[in-house]
Design a protein around this ligand. Structure first.
Ligand SMILES: CC(=O)N[C@@H]1[C@@H](OP(=O)(O)OP(=O)(O)OC[C@H]2O[C@@H](n3ccc(=O)[nH]c3=O)[C@H](O)[C@@H]2O)O[C@H](CO)[C@@H](O)[C@@H]1O
Length: 383
C-alpha cells in the first residue's frame, strides 16, 4: 500500500511526523513524505529536528504569495506527483491551503483522502480565514476523518459525514510532544534558547510568560494590542516575557518596533520545536493565538490564555485549562495578572486533564488505515 503524506507548514510537519514514523514501521506500507514547503525556514527547523527527510520537496514558497498562488501551485505540482506516484491514499493534516488544494488534486484523480485533525469548527466560515473553509472543503472530500476529540467528531456527524468513516484518535500533536520530550530526556538536555537576557532573568528567579502571535486575523490592531499588553506585564518586575517572533513581516515588523527595547521582554527568533517545548515546560503561563499551542500547553499543565475572539478548540475552554480572552489589551493584562497573583486561580487552570489526546493518535490512525484497506481487500476477494 502506497501512502502519500503531504504537509507544507511548521504545524503540519509537527502533527504529521508521528504518523509518517508510525506508518513506516508497518509492514506492507510504502510512505512517501511530500512537502510543498508553503513555509520554508520554520518548516525545515522541524524536519531537521525530528529527522523527517521528505521524499519529495516541491519548494513552493514564493515571495509574498497570494492564496490563489499557493492554491494553484499546489494543485498543479501535487497533481504531477499524484500522476507519477499513483498512491493508494493521500493523507493531509489540518486546515492549510496545502491541505485543501492537495485534497482537491487527489479528488480530481479519484484517489482517497484521509484527514488528520478532522472536524474542528468555529461557527463562521469567515473566522479563522481562510482556514475554516479549507478544513470544511477537506471534510467534504475525505473518506477517512481522524477526529482529535469528541467535539470534533460530533461536528462531523452534524454535517452528515458517514459515522463509519470517522475515527476518534486524539490529536497527533500530543504524540509529537511526547516524542520530542522523550528525545530530550534521552539526550539529557533542556535546550532553552540561547538568549543572554532570558537566561539571566530566569536565573534571577523571574517568572516566565511565554507569548506567541501570528494569526492573520490579528495582523494590525490585534498585534498592537498584544504588544501593549506584553509591555504592561513586563513592567511588573517579577516576570520575563518571551516572545518567539513569527517570521511573517506583518508580525515581525510591528512586534520588533513595539517591544524591541524593553529589558524584561525577550524577542526570540522562531524556536526549533525542542526549544519551544522546553520553553513551554519552563513557562508559568502561556498567551497565544496559535492552534497547536492551545493543545500543547494543557498537556504540560500550563494555563493558556487564547488571544482570539473565536476558537475551534472549545475543549480546553470547557475543561478549564484555557480561557478565550480576545484582544483587548486591558483584559489580556487583567487575566494574566489574575493567574500570576492568585494561586487558587492558577491551580484551577493548571490541574486539569488534557482533552486533546493521550499520545496514541498516530498508532490509531495507522491501525484505521490498514484496517480499512484489509476490509476492502477481504471484500474484493469475497472473504
Ligand atoms: C486556525 C488554526 O489555529 N490553525 C492551526 C494552524 O497552526 P498553528 O496556529 O498551530 O501554527 P503555529 O502557531 O505556527 O505553529 C504551532 C506549532 O509550532 C510550534 N512552535 C511555535 C513557535 C516557535 O517558535 N516554535 C515552534 O516550534 C508550537 O509548539 C506548535 O506545535 O495550522 C495547523 C496546520 O493545519 C492546524 O493544525 C491548526 O489548526
Amino acid at each position: 500500500m502506497k501512502i502519500l503524506v503531504v504537509f507544507g507548514t511548521r504545524p503540519e510537519a509537527i502533527k504529521c511526523f508521528p504518523v509518517v514514523e508510525e506508518l513506516r514501521r508497518r509492514r506492507g506500507v510504502q510512505v512517501i513524505a511530500c512537502t510543498t514547503a508553503q513555509h520554508r525556514h520554520i518548516l525545515d527547523q522541524v524536519m531537521q529536528l525530528v529527522g523527517l527527510v521528505p521524499d519529495i520537496d516541491l519548494h513552493l514558497m514564493r515571495d509574498k504569495p497570494t492564496l490563489t498562488d499557493i492554491t494553484t501551485d499546489v494543485l498543479h505540482r501535487i497533481g504531477e506527483v499524484l500522476d507519477k506516484e499513483r498512491p493508494d491514499r493521500v493523507l493531509v493534516q489540518g486546515d492549510t491551503t496545502t491541505a485543501m488544494a492537495t485534497a482537491m488534486a487527489a479528488f480530481y484523480r479519484g484517489i482517497p483522502v484521509g484527514h488528520i485533525e478532522a472536524g474542528l469548527r468555529t461557527d463562521t466560515i469567515l473566522s479563522p480565514w481562510p482556514e475554516e473553509a479549507n478544513r470544511r472543503i477537506v471534510s467534504v472530500i475525505a473518506d477517512m476523518h481522524f477526529a482529535p476529540t469528541t467535539v470534533a467528531r460530533d461536528n462531523l456527524l452534524r454535517e452528515n459525514v458517514n459515522p463509519g468513516a470517522i475515527y476518534l484518535t486524539g490529536n497527533t500533536v500530543i504524540d509529537a510532544l511526547h516524542a520530542v520530550r522523550d528525545r530530550l530526556a534521552l539526550a539529557e538536555v533542556s535546550p532553552l534558547p540561547d538568549h543572554p537576557g532570558l537566561r539571566a532573568a530566569l536565573d534571577q528567579g523571574r517568572r516566565l510568560i511565554l507569548m506567541t502571535a501570528h494569526r492573520r486575523e490579528n495582523w494590525g490592531d490585534g498585534i498592537d494590542a498584544i504588544c501593549r499588553a506584553a509591555r504592561a506585564l513586563a513592567e511588573r518586575g517579577d516576570v520575563v516575557v518571551a516572545l518567539p517572533v513569527h517570521p511573517n513581516p506583518r508580525v515581525s515588523v510591528p512586534v520588533r518596533a513595539a517591544l524591541g527595547d524593553h529589558p524584561a521582554i525577550c524577542l526570540l527568533d522562531p524556536l526549533d520545536y525542542a526549544e519551544f517545548v522546553a520553553m513551554l515546560g519552563r513557562a508559568e503561563i502561556v498567551l497565544t493565538d496559535s492552534g497547536g499551542v492551545q493543545e500543547e500547553a494543557p498537556a504540560l499543565g500550563k494555563p493558556v490564555l487564547v488571544l482570539r475572539d473565536t476558537t475551534e478548540r472549545p475543549e480546553g475552554v470547557a475543561a478549564g485549562c484555557a480561557r478565550l480572552i480576545g484582544l483587548d489589551s486591558g483584559r489580556i493584562v487583567a487575566e494574566a495578572t489574575r493567574l500570576l497573583d492568585d494561586p487558587a486561580a492558577y491551580r484551577a487552570m493548571s490541574k486539569v486533564a488534557n482533552p486533546y489526546g493521550d499520545g496514541t493518535a498516530s498508532r490509531q490512525i495507522a491501525d484505521a488505515i490498514l484496517g480499512a484497506a484489509a476490509g476492502l481487500h477481504a471484500r474484493a476477494v469475497g472473504t
